[in-house]
Design a protein around this ligand. Structure first.
Ligand SMILES: Nc1ncnc2c1ncn2[C@@H]1O[C@H](COP(=O)(O)OP(=O)(O)O)[C@@H](O)[C@H]1O
Ligand SMILES: [Mg+2]
Length: 316
């Protein structure tokens, strides 16, 4: 059985006038099944948002394929708002910008219901209240405007609006980054509950590996447009196989104040318009050797459910 959302070798290049294109995503394969949370992590600029937009048909891919429930996702479908594609939803980082400031939030959720003709006009209000309850808000929230709500409440509204479409997969691009720590923890718990109770697959994009570690079932790590490692969360966290993953984990402060491995992530992410030859990570990798400078390691399966792209550790 194929996954609900399947990205295979996806590439996205942004054309620029008088300059070489920015190859923001050069090869990313990710599957998201219903009822599972797949984390996608990596530093700023590595192509996470571009991949998210490609996944829901908001940006045109220049290579590879994106399929949702077995049908190809293309920007054209999106514009035509095909009914099946409505079951693939997206939630953005900043709920403020994705909500209309002048309309009551209940009306905005109702709009999503009317667009899709999922419930009769008569049942609309009850459905709005049910959606609010599902995201942990009282029914009275429907009468509020976005500015009367906290950041966490606004993100819950954005999630309720996505749920209105009865999605099988939701792509969430940094959904917790704009929230304070306590709202972050609460909305993170909400996502897990929704994933399990409504059998929704989630592609959870975040630069915060510690947070992803808490709620994702599996994690894909991206570096400069490439997925470099993918594994079940616990395995990735306890035994990272790619030096970049190791460095990301090592840079996270532990509860005991010790860092597990020395921080090796020196320097900036290279410019994706002029990436280093060979392995894209070699300029920052403490283990790089000759082959890494000239030949890019392919993403290969190293054990069931785990892939990585590194010339080291090719056995085991
Ligand atoms: N519309 C665009 N045109 C040209 N370059 C872009 C565009 N959007 C993003 N980029 C570039 O693509 C790369 C990846 O960006 P992005 O997908 O936003 O990464 P992330 O979400 O991981 O921070 C960056 O170098 C960024 O500057
Ligand atoms: Mg981004």
């Amino acid at each position: 059985m194929t996954a609900a959302l399947e990205l295979v070798d996806v590439e996205v290049a942004y054309e620029r006038r008088h300059q070489s294109p920015v190859r923001a995503v050069v090869g990313a394969s990710i599957s998201v099944e219903r009822g599972r949370i797949v984390g996608l992590v990596g530093e700023s600029g590595c192509g996470k948002s571009t991949l998210a937009r490609a996944a829901v048909g908001l940006v045109r891919t220049t290579g590879g394929s994106v399929t949702f429930d077995g049908s190809p996702v293309t920007p054209l479908d999106r514009r035509a708002r095909s009914r099946p594609l409505a079951r693939l939803q997206m939630v953005f980082q900043d709920p403020q910008s994705s909500l209309n400031p002048r309309r009551k939030v209940g009306a905005q959720i109702a709009d999503a219901l009317s667009d899709l003709e999922l419930v009769s006009k008569r049942d609309q209000q009850a459905r709005v209240e049910e959606l609010l309850r599902q995201v942990g808000l009282p029914a009275s929230t429907a009468g509020r405007h976005p500015h009367q709500l906290s950041g966490g409440q606004r993100q819950r509204i954005a999630i309720a609006r996505a749920l209105a479409a009865e999605p099988s997969v939701i792509v969430l691009d940094e959904p917790l980054s704009a929230l304070d720590a306590s709202a972050q923890a609460q909305v993170a718990n909400l996502l897990v509950t929704l994933c399990r109770t409504l059998d929704i697959g989630m592609l959870l994009i975040s630069h915060d590996l510690a947070l992803v570690n808490q709620i994702a079932d599996e994690v894909a790590v991206m570096y400069l447009g490439l997925v470099v490692e993918q594994a079940p969360t616990r395995e990735l966290w306890s035994s990272p196989r790619h030096p970049y993953t190791e460095a990301l984990i090592g840079s996270i402060p532990r509860a005991d104040g010790n860092k597990s491995t020395p921080v090796v992530l020196a320097g900036e992410v290279p410019n994706p318009a002029a990436p280093p030859p060979g392995c894209r990570f070699h300029t920052r990798c403490p283990h790089a050797f000759e082959r890494c400078l000239v030949e890019a390691p392919p993403l290969v399966s190293i054990e069931p459910g785990r892939t990585q792209a590194c010339w080291l550790q090719r056995v085991g």
